[in-house]
Ligand binder design. Sequence first.
Ligand code: F6R
Ligand code: MG
Ligand code: MG
Length: 384
Amino acid sequence: MVKTTISVIKADIGSLAGHHITHPDTLAAASKVLVDAKKEGLIKDFYVTHVGDDLQLIMTHDKGEDSPEIHGLAWKAFSEAAEVAKELGLYAAGQDLLSDAFSGNIKGLGPGVAEMEIEERPAEPVIIFMADKTEPGAFNMPLFKIFADPFNTAGLVIDPRMHNGFIFQVLDVFEGKEVELRAPEEIYDILALIGTPGRYVVKRVFRKNDHVIGAVVSSERLNLIAGKYVGKDDPVAIVRAQSGFPATGEVLEPFAFPHLVAGWMRGSHHGPLMPVGLRHAKCTRFDGPPRIIALGFQVKNGRLVGPADLFDDPAFDEARRTANVIADYLRRHGPFMPHRLGPEEMEYTTLPDVLEKLKDRFVKTDIGYKAKIRHSEMLEEPNE
Ligand code: F6R
Ligand code: MG
Ligand code: MG
């Protein structure tokens, strides 16, 4: 069986008229680097695209995951594209290339990475999801539905090859730890974690029968890596479909519900995740709303056959309409939570400055005094 690695590596290296869309010349610059690499035989195939302000490199090769050669190639493609972005004076040119030099692995340097090495099935349908103005945890709910929810995925109930369920590898992005949990046995534990998508991220999904990989998500949190927010970690995911994995339609089905995700405007707002075709992969309204595209390929001996632009379909019109209704509703909250994220999650904040400025104007109140007393103490000894 042919072993193929699929690497999807993305970076925001600058965009046109704000943070809303890449410039075609930057895609051309990145493509040129990959054309040469394909000619040299370093990669087998590639497809370059974008969603919003993120440049996406989809590559196939036989070098395995975390290959310094492949990561170095992606770094070169982004660097060349960033040079073009600088020449054109694009906005935030080079923003995700946090280091001046590449040192073997692109992780931690800014770009997002999702990679899986697979043994190709005779026919290998793969779906690449790419989202802008959101975070890796945005995939938590869809992946749970795809691989663990029988109301989404009929195959979990009626396909003997999937009936045993799947294993979720969940990453704690704060602690840098991961845990494997089994569905359906442990779905309440899985949900107890991944319902907090800013911290617990579904990183990989394996089929329980044979521990073969079914899905992988990029999970580099730029804010944690760089010690400060320098841009968002707009995520990508690779999902295998059919013959023992969820059908393409089961993989796409969760996106008919535009769930709320974090990352809209200034990385500091919640918004609905709108599924769109490539022609609408740009973030205009309030720098959004957060968008996701899905490209379907057949992978054959490392060759990428396709893509099919899977959300470019009237079947997702209603999801887009609902997303617009939700966007209107949320926007009316202006600077109020829960449209605006909580203070600990915001990419932009003036709160420390405001508190510093007002520190001498805050006066102690009786309520403030009582609030300092622990609740239990108050019950034992009423302070009246
Ligand atoms: C960036 C993004 C945007 C920016 C916003 C402000 O991916 O999502 O919403 O955060 O446009 O950008 P600056 O601070 O560069 O003016
Ligand atoms: Mg940007
Ligand atoms: Mg982006």
